[in-house]
Design a protein around this ligand. Structure first.
Ligand code: NAD
Length: 313
């Protein structure tokens, strides 16, 4: 891993909504000197790279371009955002099967040129694909992980900040488990600037409706898809934060989907927990103490993921 002095290179496989928005978000932070977009639709990759490049004079000099799998050579980070979206009439399992096939082909291509970067999986179903891509890559668990519930966690924080009418960056809360319906909001560790929510309720004379927040966080992605067809800005911001943490070795703490190795008795299933993210990718998975209900829900979430994994692979 290049740290600090050498210019960083990021390769994005898939230049659709999420891939292009991620390239844009990364360009705005300036963490990477070179961003390469690879897509089977070569015109799309070229068009997105050109469009972003035309704004570089407003920020800083960077090399944003389209490319091929060979560009994986020398990449510090490889982000996988390629995949098919769910078609009308298609089940989640059908989609999972289709994207597992795409993911296997992609990781095979990546590994032909791979020489040491961190692989971040974003395509859905992200927990399933993280496990498959990790398995097929043969790399350590720390080097292949998924964006997991980083987006759900950010949505959860936003909802809490709206409810209490306070700065969203002062909300400490996270969602673990599946990036999907069985996600688990960890109320037992949620706070506003270290003040537990029960205490914050007293200070603000409010009574938080946890069921409402849980329902909102589970369904808001689908609502956005209904409104505009896809979600991409918030996940792009999340990806940009993860990339920054790796390149700058921030050892930031975010939820990410990693292939578990015994945490809560779970093995070889990728699902989200808070993680320390730094130059080596996942520096540590934080298997914090959960309430009895949260623990039970986390185990149920693992079962749900495993069910799809077994049937889709
Ligand atoms: P999109 O259809 O706009 O883009 C997908 C791109 O992948 C297309 O440009 C397509 O040409 C490309 N592609 C397909 N197969 C490829 C291959 N083998 N190699 C290279 N490129 C290939 O979709 P999108 O809205 O950008 O979403 C991409 C993925 O991200 C989906 O799976 C979506 O569900 C997922 N997503 C994940 C999160 C999250 O929180 N993890 C959030 C939003 C979207």
């Amino acid at each position: 891993m290049k740290k600090g002095k050498e210019p960083a290179k990021v390769v994005i496989i898939g230049g659709g909504f999420v891939g292009a928005a991620s390239a844009f978000a990364l360009t705005m932070t300036g963490t990477a000197a070179e961003i390469v977009i690879v897509d089977t639709n070569k015109d799309k990759a070229k068009g997105e790279a050109l469009d972003i490049s035309h704004g570089l004079s407003m920020v800083r000099h960077q090399n944003i371009r389209d490319g091929v799998y060979e560009d994986v050579k020398g990449a510090d980070i490889i982000i996988i955002t390629a995949g098919s979206a769910r078609k009308p009439g298609e089940t989640r399992l059908d989609l999972a099967k289709k994207n597992v096939g795409i993911a296997k082909a992609i990781i095979k291509n990546i590994m032909q040129y791979y020489d040491g970067g961190i692989i971040i999986v974003v395509s859905n179903p992200v927990d399933i694909l993280t496990k498959i891509i990790w398995q097929e890559s043969g790399l350590p668990r720390s080097k292949v992980f998924g964006s997991g519930t980083s987006l759900d966690t950010s949505r959860y924080k936003h909802l809490l900040s709206e409810y209490y009418d306070v700065d969203v960056t002062k909300v400490n809360a996270f969602i673990i488990g599946e990036h999907g319906d069985s996600m688990v909001p960890v109320w037992s560790h949620a706070s506003i600037c270290g003040i537990r929510l029960d205490d914050f309720d007293k200070l603000t004379a409010k009574k938080l409706d946890k069921k409402y927040i849980e329902e909102e966080v589970r369904t808001c992605g689908a609502k956005i898809i209904q409104l505009k067809g896809a979600t991409y800005y918030a996940i792009a911001m999340s990806i940009s934060k993860i990339v920054e943490a790796i390149i700058m070795d921030h050892r930031t703490i975010m939820t990410a989907s990693t292939v578990l190795s015994g945490q809560y008795g779970i093995n070889d299933i990728a699902m989200s927990l808070p993680c320390i993210i730094g130059a080596n990718g996942i520096e540590q998975v934080l298997d914090i103490e959960l309430s009895e209900n949260e623990h039970k829900s986390f185990l149920e979430s693992a079962d749900k993921i495993n069910e799809v994994l077994v049937n889709a692979n």
